[in-house]
Design a protein around this ligand. Structure first.
Ligand code: CO
Length: 299
């Protein structure tokens, strides 16, 4: 009897101790503090005004949801111009800041933001800055991490070059050239385009990288094409989507499109209207960058 009473006493003390230990968390919960971590993913693309670009975003969305089946995934576009064009058509897409504030209000405590841009340029640094300002806001997210864009490390460059080369149309012969149209930027990260040329040249001497708004220019590409002795040129966007630049600046009917210019210069042109996010091997690179960012939510 004495022995049994001792056990009961111990059980009561243990219960009281447990209650004292969990009391503070009950009180905090009563003041509206989040009881447990709520993790989410925010994808950030530049955006596109063209419906044809949606296939790229759908591909990325499906790959991310397959990799993180239990994590809510939200979208945003970093380009205000694109968001405004879409809004006029009745489609509202959030900016990264709006998307993050909605996630904050919805109780997310940990958010991995993934840049779906190609280079770490102005758009990417804008996301880093925005994320930093949201982290640690009162009653907001305690941790926000940002995943690298497609091209960041040397390994990304090697992998991306291989992934894109693997998706050149199969009827292209080794003597035919392939011209990749990158976006280009005034930002210092434009260096990723001439750098890409090095990595593509290592695997295929007739792949040439140009840009719409930076360097290398179309004139730079023309010089390389002349030296290559190629007669036929496959043109592909070096962008996640085959949107406005691919359909107009690259493959459009205007006299100054790349297809028109190269046709005038005597090349037989084959435009390929597929963005790099339509290629599964390229999508895998973005998803791998997100895996790293998601893992860092816990460290
Ligand atoms: Co543009």
């Amino acid at each position: 009897m004495q022995y049994r009473f001792g056990v009961t006493q111990k059980a009561i003390s243990a219960f009281v101790l447990l209650f004292i230990l969990i009391l503070p968390s009950i009180v905090l919960a009563g003041h509206g503090e989040p009881a447990a971590a709520k993790k989410g993913i925010l994808l950030v693309a530049f955006g596109s005004s063209m419906d044809e670009a949606q296939v790229s975003f759908d591909n990325l969305d499906a790959a991310v949801k397959k990799t993180f089946p239990d994590v809510p995934v939200r979208w945003s576009f970093s380009s205000a111009i694109i968001r405004n064009v879409l809004a006029e058509k009745g489609r509202n897409v959030d900016s990264p800041a709006t998307a993050l504030s909605k996630m904050m209000d919805d109780g997310f405590t940990h958010v991995a933001v993934q840049s779906l841009h190609t280079i770490p340029g102005e758009e990417y640094f804008g996301i880093l800055d925005t994320a930093k300002r949201f982290e640690g806001m009162p009653k907001g997210m305690s941790k926000i991490t940002v995943g690298n864009p497609l091209l960041y490390s040397d390994a990304d460059m090697v992998r991306t070059a291989k992934a894109i080369a693997a998706n050149i149309p199969k009827d292209r012969k080794a003597k035919d050239a392939v011209v990749l149209m990158g976006h280009g930027t005034h930002h210092g990260a434009n260096i990723y385009y001439p750098a890409s040329q090095y990595y593509f040249s290592n695997i295929d001497p007739k792949i040439f990288v140009g840009t719409v708004e930076g360097s290398p220019t179309l004139d730079d590409v023309k010089k390389k094409l002349a030296k290559s002795k190629a007669k036929k040129v496959y043109l592909m966007p070096y962008m996640s989507v085959a949107g406005d630049h691919a359909r107009n600046d690259m493959a459009g009917d205007e006299a100054d499109s790349w297809v028109s210019e190269l046709t005038k210069a005597g090349y037989k042109c084959v435009p390929v209207l597929k963005g790099s996010a339509e290629f599964p091997q390229v999508v895998d690179i973005w998803v791998d960058h997100l895996k790293v960012a998601f893992k860092h939510l816990d460290s």
